[in-house]
Design a protein around this ligand. Structure first.
Ligand SMILES: Nc1ncnc2c1ncn2[C@@H]1O[C@H](COP(=O)(O)OP(=O)(O)O)[C@@H](O)[C@H]1O
Ligand SMILES: [Mg+2]
Length: 339
């Protein structure tokens, strides 16, 4: 780790998976360690540049929400405190500083093979589907919806979990066929309840949670729990409520400015999906020069906003600093359905 930036963790535990952002290690049969790096991805491609402390913000936001929403749904979090992690897994002692803030010890579960997306506003791939066919998650929708319109009540819009490439939206019946009606209904009920609780909490703090993606798993005892990350800017769209104006895309506190920038400079999918798979440094540097889409200049403020509005304790522990480039990183696999 240099200057607060962690591009990639390397821990003395069996590595099960290196995702676009996180590494998943096996601690023992029943326990995983998830480590969020500072990598940032968009359109399924990992950028060459990292965002200092992004991983700690992600992990602490997840920890905050898991604990806050525990009465809504049991979860996989055991601890996201580096000292407790080291106490439970002594082999990690030399890595304590690297793990500080960004590591989460979790109950290992058998994953449910669907992403459970909830949409309270129509955006991203849902807006694309609606424009094309007038449907959302395959179900007909009222005519005349505009981009970013509120969906009341929010809609459960599941997706497949793609190992390679992009996740695909599927109908609720598809989930019923795969898992049975009882489980499908439990997933839908839990997803809507988690989203609504998170949305109401954020709304009191001036943030719209437009949509989000949950993952669920089953423990060896057969308990259904929420796993992975929860209500983070990597799994959700966060919009400033005071600037909400339906009819077009919204300013946002998540990765949307980066996506807009990449689309704006017309980096074609051929370019970004090329074998090198990363956007050249120079492109990222130019973000700061774009007055309207001020991603680079603005990112410190954006990270700090998340921290202060949603998880003030995390803020005290992880001061946000500007700057910091990092060497290249190979592209990951699997695409986010909210992309
Ligand atoms: N408690 C858990 N038990 C089992 N698997 C988990 C648990 N929490 C998260 N996972 C899995 O960890 C993986 C994280 O990898 P991935 O999503 O590719 O990373 P990233 O989000 O960084 O791109 C996912 O496949 C997710 O289902
Ligand atoms: Mg993921």
């Amino acid at each position: 780790m240099t200057g607060g930036v962690l591009v990639e963790s390397k821990l003395p535990l069996p590595l099960l998976r290196r995702g676009k952002v996180r590494e998943v290690y096996e601690v023992d049969e029943g326990t995983l360690l998830l480590v969020a790096s500072d990598r940032v991805s968009a359109f399924d491609v990992v950028m060459r540049e990292a965002v200092p402390f992004k991983g700690a913000v992600l992990t602490q936001l997840s920890a905050f929400w898991f604990e806050r929403l525990t009465s809504v749904m049991p979860h996989h979090l055991l601890t996201a405190d580096a000292d407790e992690i080291v106490a439970r897994v002594p082999v990690l002692a030399p890595h304590r500083d690297e793990l500080h803030g960004r590591a989460m010890l979790s109950r290992r579960a058998t994953t449910v093979p669907f992403e459970c997306v909830v949409r309270g506003y129509i955006s991203g791939s849902a807006w694309a589907e609606y424009q094309k066919s007038g449907t959302l998650a395959g179900e007909p929708m009222p005519q005349g919806l505009v981009e970013s319109a509120q969906l009341d009540p929010p809609i459960f819009s599941p997706a497949t979990k793609a190992e390679q490439g992009h996740d695909e939206n599927v109908t609720f019946d598809h989930v019923v066929n795969g898992l049975g009606r009882l489980t499908a209904e439990r997933l839908r009920g839990a997803s809507l309840a988690l989203y609504e609780a998170g949305r109401d909490y954020a709304a009191q703090r001036g943030i719209i949670i437009a949509d989000t993606k949950f993952e669920f798993g089953t423990t060896p005892e057969g308990e259904l729990i929420v796993i992975d990350e929860i209500l983070t800017p990597d799994s959700s769209r966060f919009w400033p409520a005071d600037r909400y104006q339906p009819g077009h895309g919204q300013p946002s506190f998540d990765k949307q400015p980066l996506r807009d920038y990449l689309a704006g400079v017309r980096i074609s999918s051929i370019t970004i999906n090329s074998p090198s798979g990363v956007v050249p440094n120079s492109n990222f540097a130019r973000i700061a020069a774009l007055p309207a889409q001020n991603w680079s200049e603005d990112r410190t403020r954006r990270v700090a906003l998340h921290r202060d509005r949603l998880a003030p304790d995390a803020g005290r522990r992880f001061p946000v600093v500007a700057g910091g480039g990092c060497p290249g990183h190979p592209r990951g696999v699997g695409g986010g359905v909210l992309s």
